[in-house]
Design a binder for this molecule. Structure first.
Ligand SMILES: *Cc1c(COP(=O)(O)O)cnc(C)c1O
Length: 372
């Protein structure tokens, strides 16, 4: 994993006399052979395969973005990966691929990231969702079910699912596992039977809070359909973002391991703290923590100084947010609370700062230790 993270997507560089990957900003690619261009476009229309040679037009593909896709597919252990302008654009493309085949029904397990929940609940892309517990997946499948959608560990409760068992209950329906929280460093859902592995690459893959992106890792057949939808709907990733993501991947294992070690220590201290009612932390580990406070969670957000009070996650710096106010605000309050996203829940994305500095800040933000 560590070696792949540094080298995947860069295998040709030394032969080209390069060290850093080039950034190709071209929107179009000149060719004096328009017969060959026609053949390449026909081939893309048939199976969505990446054109051999230059991509014809920036919406069909980009060599810098392709490096990131190659690298992420290697890390997730899939044949292919297709990158998009954001995690939501990636999820939208998956729904469009299945919807275009007349498979508009989605079975999903809560909680999901707030906007993923909203996209399904509001039926913005014409899909219809049935929300179930993991045990109810098999019974919820219909002839027009195109997708089963889960997150593990889930945003924001960090609830974990048995992906292997879920993949089994999906039968021939593709299982999409959102692997944003675990990253391939901690979990590779494709090995457990998920046909589609989705990332908000905005989070850990980019890792520095300065790139917005999404990616789906999957088999080449599904990847072809995703590229065709990306071409027709335009949710492409900018090449500069592709460059930054490839760079982000090279430190992903180191960042995830370091932040996870700090998170585990913070979990130990929060769990022992009388001001904290409950701490949620996956058995898998990781750098995300959720905890419920006895006091007012808004006061904790207002009280941090080193930790940044902001939505999003997976950056080198530590972020804290109140899901009921921000990341999951768009979910109906009843559905939100019903899936474990309580009003006293806080979500902490642990970064690379020194654990003592982080604890000092959290300790102050949690307020006075009231005798109980
Ligand atoms: C942030 C997030 C998304 C959405 O990704 P964007 O890049 O913000 O569009 C999807 N799933 C999870 C688990 C997320 O945390």
């Amino acid at each position: 994993m560590d070696t792949e993270a540094v080298h995947a997507g860069r295998d040709d560089l030394a032969r080209q006399g390069l060290h850093a990957p080039p950034i190709d900003l071209s929107t179009t690619y000149p060719s004096y052979d328009s017969r060959a261009e026609a053949a390449r476009i026909d081939a893309f229309a048939t199976d969505g395969a990446e054109p051999d040679g230059p991509p014809v037009y920036g919406r069909l593909g980009n060599p810098t973005v392709a490096r990131f896709e190659t690298a992420l597919a290697r890390l997730e252990g899939t044949q292919s990966a297709v990158a998009f302008a954001s995690g939501m654009a990636a999820l939208s493309a998956v729904l469009l691929v299945r919807g275009a085949m007349g498979l508009r029904h989605v079975v999903a397990v809560r909680p999901l990231y707030g906007c993923s929940d909203h996209l399904l609940t509001a039926g913005l892309l014409g899909s219809e969702v049935t929300w179930v517990d993991p045990a109810g997946i098999a019974d919820a499948l219909r002839p027009d079910t195109g997708l089963v959608l889960v997150e593990s560990p889930a945003n924001p409760t960090l609830a974990e699912l048995d992906l292997r068992a879920i993949a089994h209950s999906c039968g021939s329906v593709p299982l999409l596992a959102d692997n944003t929280f675990a990253t391939p460093v901690l979990q590779r859902p494709a090995e457990q039977g998920a046909r589609l592995v989705l990332h908000s690459a905005t989070k850990y893959l980019g890792g520095h809070g300065d790139v917005m992106a999404g990616v789906v890792a999957c088999d080449e057949e599904f990847a072809g359909r995703l590229r065709q939808v990306r071409f027709a709907t335009g949710g492409v990733l900018h090449p500069l973002a592709g460059y930054l993501l490839l760079r982000g991947l090279s430190t992903l294992p180191v960042r995830v391991r370091a932040a996870s070690a700090t998170a585990a220590e913070l979990v130990r201290r929060l769990s022992a703290d009388p001001r904290v009612a409950r701490v949620h932390y996956p058995r898998l580990g990781g750098a995300m923590i959720a905890f419920e406070v006895h006091g007012d969670p808004h006061e904790v957000i207002a009280g941090v100084r080193l930790v940044t009070p902001a939505v999003s996650l997976g950056s080198v710096d530590t972020l804290i947010q109140h899901p009921a106010s921000i990341s999951h605000r768009i979910v109906d309050a009843g559905d939100r609370r019903g899936s474990g996203v309580g009003d006293r829940l806080l979500r902490l994305s642990v970064g690379l700062e020194d654990v003592e500095d982080l604890w000092q800040d959290l300790d102050a933000a949690l307020g006075a230790r009231r005798p109980r």
